[in-house]
Design a protein around this ligand. Structure first.
Ligand code: ADP
Ligand code: ASP
Ligand code: MG
Length: 403
């Protein structure tokens, strides 16, 4: 007998018909003599709809109340799924975040799960019941409902696997697994059979929505193997685990993209020690994360241009901070939020020379201008104009033999 955590995403529970389909998958796993804990998302589109409702009341909708509102989506699917299982003759029960409880810490809308009480649920499992847990939420130590960030049901599933000491954690979604790039945008994308935590973490942090980054990080930290697979086909999914068991025949494993960044340029900044620090210190004090930085060569030896990127959501705050900074002088401040970040990721890059060159050459062949660059051991990212996004992804996918 194995203890399994099965997580079903929004599309998988997006209608009553689909919930019935999911219930049948669970019934099959349960009949195979497994102990099953299910983690569910809200129906697809629901969390966005609730967010829009709050926004129509106020741009500054109270954070505590927002979490109460957003958590309701998962409450609905938990009850519908438990009710459907009972209807099929499978013993089942849903628990809400405060009934378990799922303890979290951190601020509203961005909390972290720190613990759960396992006794009631373990007892129910030992009595052959299927336990249903709502993803994406918890309760703070003073009893407030919290949520753990968008896409957070993945993180709930990983936390449940860890805390309940499960034998496996399966992430059921609307694609067959993790692909070399988004298969819904680039149809020639290929499914990856196995991928290391490190590569998955880079891909998801750089835009591959199929797994939430903090879920991958927790899985990596506690060495919890994951499988991403489809709710709608029986095909094998993608196994995510420790990299020691992988061999890297290709330099690049996947291409990711995101439209979350904005670029800021300051021209004619004084070219002397300490200036960059004067620019970036107030940004960091305002919790603004700077990602890429480029400083041009100084032509006159006196001034230079500095370009950097921040999260698009932080752009207005960034501009305000720079304008209020009395310690710096510059000629102009410009910004561009119609940019996207394209990244190639692969642990095989470490041992393959020429990857950077191939990436730049590929983009040049499509006449795509690179606006900023950043690298790490297993990834290379560039900022380009947003309109070129899919052209760039397609080109790099071909360039690195991923089609
Ligand atoms: P769920 O609701 O099941 O959590 P998500 O919408 O969060 O599902 O994630 C699945 C989606 O991620 C897919 O439909 C696909 O469009 C997108 N995606 C982006 N990059 C990738 C990738 N590299 N591999 C697979 N899917 C990807
Ligand atoms: N419903 C939440 C969201 O849309 C959590 C999730 O689906 O994982 O972000
Ligand atoms: Mg998701």
């Amino acid at each position: 007998m194995a203890k399994k955590v099965l997580k079903f995403g929004g599309t998988s529970v997006g209608s009553i018909e689909r919930i019935l389909h999911v219930a049948k998958i669970i019934e099959r796993e349960h009949n195979a003599n497994n102990q099953i804990i299910v983690v569910v998302s809200a129906m697809s589109g629901k969390t966005n709809e609730l967010l829009a409702n709050a926004k129509s009341v106020s741009d500054k909708f109270d954070k505590r109340e927002l979490d109460v509102l957003l958590a309701s989506g998962e409450q609905v699917t938990s009850a519908l799924l438990a009710g459907t299982l009972i209807e099929l003759g499978v013993k089942s029960k849903s628990w809400l975040n405060f009934q378990i409880p799922i303890l979290t810490e951190g601020e509203h809308s961005n909390s972290r799960i720190i613990n759960m009480n396992v006794s009631k649920i373990n007892k129910f499992l030992s009595e052959k019941g299927v336990a249903i847990i709502p993803g994406f939420q918890g309760i703070s130590k003073n009893g407030d409902v919290t949520t753990i960030g968008r896409g957070g049901s993945d993180a709930t599933a990983v936390a449940v696997s860890k805390i309940f000491d499960a034998d496996s954690c399966e992430i059921y979604t609307d694609v067959d697994g993790v692909f070399s790039t988004d298969p819904n945008k680039i149809p020639v994308a290929k499914k990856i059979d196995k991928i290391s935590y490190n590569e998955m973490l880079e891909l998801s942090s750089l835009g591959a929505k199929v797994m939430q980054p903090s879920a991958v990080q927790t899985a990596m930290m506690y060495n919890i193997p994951l499988e991403v697979r489809s709710t709608f086909t029986d095909r094998h999914g993608t196994k995510i685990f420790d990299q020691e068991n992988l061999d890297y025949s290709k330099s690049v494993t996947g291409v990711a993209y995101s439209k979350d960044d904005a670029k800021v340029t300051l021209t004619n900044v004084q070219d002397k020690p300490g200036v960059a620090a004067s620019i970036f210190e107030p940004l960091s004090k305002n919790q603004i994360n700077v990602d890429m930085v480029i400083q041009n060569i100084s032509v006159d030896q006196k001034t230079t241009d500095i370009t950097f990127t921040v999260k698009r959501d932080d752009l207005l705050k960034t501009i305000d901070t720079i304008k209020n900074n009395k310690n710096i002088q510059y000629k102009s401040l410009t910004h561009n939020d119609k940019v996207s970040k394209i990244s190639i990721v692969g642990a095989g890059m470490v041992s393959t020379p020429g990857v950077t060159y191939r990436m730049f050459k590929g983009l040049a062949e499509e006449k795509i201008n690179i606006l900023a660059i950043s690298t790490s051991e297993i990834k290379l990212s560039v900022i380009i104009n947003e309109k070129d996004t899919l052209l760039a992804v397609r080109k790099l996918h071909t360039t690195f033999d991923l089609d």
